[in-house]
Design a protein around this ligand. Structure first.
Ligand code: ADP
Ligand code: MG
Length: 344
């Protein structure tokens, strides 16, 4: 009973395509915060401030002091598949930046009231652009400091089903705070601030000592019970802090793994971590760890998931063994019953 018109194929409009893409990448306010923070990191910022109102449903504002966007590229920055980070397919296998898909700003500006202000080093004036639900206003000049400021108001204003599914302010802010934490732990050299409804939640001064940043998040009790680990295998480096077995948790929420500066989730490496602590933490308890893997980007495919939180390693067995043996050797070499002297 289909009419001819209904069965014919047509190209979807850019607006519909962007809304579909937004559905994949932008699930909730925290996804916006993640994407914008990663852009600020990629822009080599030294200071990033995040302001949130009402769990992000009302306002998400990120201000950085990074490289900014060239005035002629402003409109391109919110086009889909437009990026300054990769140029050809080969680059996909040597990605060193957080972003490369060129989809975040297109998606976010399609489903919100979006305003961008940016000024590059050496420019006389800044440029401002507003986009309302994908409808772009002509960019104009404005006064602003060097760097980029992005405001996202009324997220999902034109996708009411998504907006209705937002949880309470506290829940949404909890997710935002977690995304902020991941970026902050991976980048202790950045001064970072997070505020909610005008109240400062985190103010993190830049430091070159990772443990100082850990201490601001988790307190000195945990910091005094951290054990430094470090290992290398054929150019792949594993390093960071693991907690004394007495500091375990009931969930995996104290486990952070970063691959080349990006927070990732990896079942196999989580398992290796658990095995490393086998017999040292009680059944049902989870160890606490903040670990970094630095490896040649050609040995990992980060283009398997839209949010890049899951990756595919060329040889995950090697990494599994590296993680397990590093922990085992460390624990064997220590007297776990004596008071720890933390290697700072
Ligand atoms: P991607 O990060 O994958 O390149 P985005 O949609 O997140 O895609 O951003 C598009 C482009 O806009 C980036 O490639 C970058 O050139 C520019 N851009 C976005 N945010 C910033 C920022 N905070 N500072 C400087 N440039 C930015
Ligand atoms: Mg990006």
């Amino acid at each position: 009973t289909h009419t001819d018109v209904e069965t014919r194929i047509h190209q979807l409009s850019a607006s519909v395509i962007n809304k579909i893409a937004a559905g994949e990448v932008i699930e909730r306010p925290a996804s916006v915060v993640k994407e914008l923070l990663e852009n600020s990191v990629d822009a080599l910022s030294t200071r990033i401030e995040v302001d949130i109102e009402q769990g992000g449903a009302e306002l998400i504002r990120i201000v950085d002091d990074g490289e900014g966007i060239h005035p002629d590229d402003i409109e391109l920055s919110i086009a889909s598949h437009a990026t300054s980070k990769i140029a050809d397919a080969d680059d996909l296998f040597s990605v060193r930046t957080m972003g490369f898909r060129g989809e975040a700003l297109a998606s976010i500006s399609e489903v919100s009231h979006f305003r961008l202000r940016t000024k590059q080093h050496g420019q006389q004036v800044g440029t401002e652009m507003e986009v309302n639900g994908g409808i772009v206003k002509e960019p104009k000049t404005c006064g602003c400091p060097e760097g980029t400021q992005i405001e996202v108001r009324q997220l999902f204003c034109n996708t009411p089903v998504r907006r209705k599914f937002l949880k309470t302010q506290a829940t949404e802010f909890g997710h935002i705070s977690e995304q902020f934490t991941r970026v902050a732990l991976a980048n202790p050299n950045l001064h970072m601030v997070l505020r909610h409804n005008g109240k400062t939640v985190y103010e993190l001064p830049a430091t070159h000592r990772f443990i100082e940043r850990l201490e601001l998040f988790y307190g000195s009790e945990l910091a005094q019970n951290l054990i430094w680990v470090e290992a290398e295998h054929e150019g792949t480096r594993l390093w960071g802090y693991v907690a004394h077995p007495s500091q375990s948790k009931s969930t995996r929420k104290g486990q952070y793994l970063f691959l080349n500066g990006r927070w990732i989730q990896d079942r196999s490496l989580q398992h290796a971590l658990g095995e490393g602590y086998r017999g040292l933490v009680m059944i049902g308890r989870q160890p606490i760890a903040f670990l970094f893997l630095d490896l040649n980007p050609e040995l990992v495919d980060v283009n398997v998931h839209p949010t890049k939180s899951e990756v595919r390693f060329r040889d995950s067995q090697v990494l599994y063994r590296l993680m397990l043996s590093t922990l085992r050797n460390k624990f064997l070499s220590m007297d776990l019953d004596s008071k720890l002297s933390v290697d700072r």
